[in-house]
Design a protein around this ligand. Structure first.
Ligand code: PHE
Length: 339
């Protein structure tokens, strides 16, 4: 019987376990009611009296040994699981891929920064507007074709509710709420009922500028736009102004910049003219100033407006307007990473 005890002790000593289930199996095999050690205790009854003391002690030692071993194995398992759960804060983090900024945002920010350097402040207004802010206050006669259903999205139930077709509406809000000197730039989305193609969309972005003070002249307008064009397209850029018409400005002009792609020599982007049309502008019509409660005898002002998509197209060589709004990451990934 002593041999059997030694054998079992050796077996138990050599056992390793990987899981709580294996440990339980081990306990059942040796320590349960039908386990090996219980069997020994049963056999103990048949041991002769002179051996009882020695064998009894050996069985006891074996039992304690088994209990100890199970306790040690159990502690080992517990340690392993907490060990694997511990977080090592010194490990480098998983790299997170930053998205890229949308080309419209990149160009918008660049344009706003140029005007901010000249002392303009950014002002924004609602995209859903009323007739007054989009048309009437801007000197659009009742029958003006720009109010036509073809250009403007109206709400059928209430023709006084519409999506703004230009951000000049924000300038009306500014004139109504601010006192001259007013110097604002207004970026934002505008909406026109146009068929979508590579060069037209029903939604696009504009930046408009407004400057109202005493003695503001056309020369101030020209110099502001020349500075803007040089900052945006490079020092060599020139501008030219052509007479135009807007209901809210008088006189009005359209502004071209020398083609930034061919340097004015002529290419397919500028249609071999050397010039690119980028914005509309003019001196604010006195009727517009008066409609918003500004004394047109005392104050004069200029305004200008341009599409951001068109300028981004020129800056990045983008040839299809629809790319801006399709959210194709292969297109978007090509621009400066956001940070
Ligand atoms: N609001 C005009 C447009 O959307 C642009 C413009 C603004 C022209 C200010 C002149 C002065 O086309």
């Amino acid at each position: 019987m002593l041999d059997r005890i030694r054998e079992l002790q050796k077996e138990i000593e050599e056992r390793v376990v990987q899981s709580a289930e294996e440990l339980e199996e081990l306990r059942i095999k040796y320590l349960s009611k039908k386990g090996e050690i219980s069997k020994l205790i049963e056999d103990f009854r048949n041991v002769s009296a002179d051996q009882k003391k020695e064998i009894g002690a050996a069985v006891n030692t074996l039992k304690n040994f088994a209990l100890d071993k199970i306790r040690v194995l159990k502690e080992g398992l517990e340690e392993q699981t907490t060990e694997s759960r511990k977080i090592d804060l010194t490990l480098p983090g998983d790299p997170m891929k930053a998205g890229s900024r949308h080309p419209i945002s990149i160009v918008k920010n660049e344009m706003l920064d140029i005007f901010k350097r000249l002392g303009f402040v950014v002002s924004e207004g609602p995209e859903i507007e009323d007739d007054w802010h989009v048309f009437s206050a801007l000197n659009f006669p009742e029958e003006h074709p720009a109010r036509d259903m073809q250009d403007t999205f109206f709400i059928t139930r209430n023709p006084d509710v519409l999506l703004r077709t230009h951000t000049s509406s924000v300038q009306v809000h500014d004139m109504e709420t601010m006192q001259p000197p007013i110097r604002t730039v207004t970026p934002g989305r505008v909406f026109r009922n146009e068929a979508i193609s590579y060069r037209a969309h029903c939604m696009f972005h504009q930046i408009e500028g407004l400057y109202i003070d005493e003695n503001v002249s056309f020369a101030d307008l020209k110099q502001t736009l020349l500075f803007f064009a040089k900052e945006l397209f490079g020092e060599k850029t020139e501008i030219r102004m052509r007479p135009s018409y807007f209901p809210f400005t008088e006189p009005s002009a359209e502004v071209d910049v020398s083609c930034s792609i061919c340097g004015g020599k002529g290419c397919n982007v500028c249609k071999y003219t050397g010039w690119l049309e980028i914005l509309g502008c003019g001196m604010v019509d006195p009727n517009v100033l008066e409609a918003s409660g500004i004394d047109s005898k005392k104050y004069t002002g200029f305004a200008f407006g341009m599409g951001i998509e068109r300028i981004a197209m020129l800056k990045f060589g983008i040839n299809d307007l629809r790319l801006y709004f399709e959210n194709d990451v292969r297109f978007l990934n090509q621009f400066e990473a956001a940070n």
